[in-house]
Design a protein around this ligand. Structure first.
Ligand code: 5GP
Length: 114
């Protein structure tokens, strides 16, 4: 059920531009970028959506956020600003059911996001 295209990226079965990795988290460029920087941060241990996350995943969820912030700082974009997005289920536009955090940066963002 949790097997998605992202599982194949974790196993290096399909190529991806991997920009961040630690024991629990992988970060790679989105194949269809919506900003000059568009990186997806995913847990190596798949969770389908945010709805399935439990208190046991609290540290892992924190690691995803911290990885995104560290990468934005590494790129020198932290002061300018960036956006972090998690889409949950159909109405929010989730298309890959392996929980992931979008880091979007490098251009002015708009609100409401649409
Ligand atoms: P969602 O809409 O589920 O929040 O985001 C899924 C994201 O995964 C989309 O932005 C989409 O462009 C990206 N994506 C889908 N398939 C692939 C892939 O095979 N490689 C990469 N790098 N990104 C993908």
């Amino acid at each position: 059920m949790s097997e998605t295209i992202f599982s194949k990226i974790i196993r290096r079965e399909i190529p991806a531009d991997i920009v961040y990795e630690d024991d629990a988290v992988l970060g790679f460029s989105d194949v269809n970028p919506q900003a000059p920087v568009h990186v997806l941060f995913i847990p190596k241990q798949a969770i389908p959506t945010l709805n399935e996350a439990t208190p046991a995943d609290a540290e892992l969820l924190g690691k995803l956020l911290l990885a995104a912030a560290a990468y934005a700082k590494q790129l020198g974009l932290a002061e300018r600003g960036y956006r972090v997005v998690v889409n949950c289920n159909e109405e929010a536009g989730q298309t890959v059911f392996h929980l992931h955090l979008h880091l979007l940066a490098g251009r002015r963002m708009h609100w409401p996001p649409g």
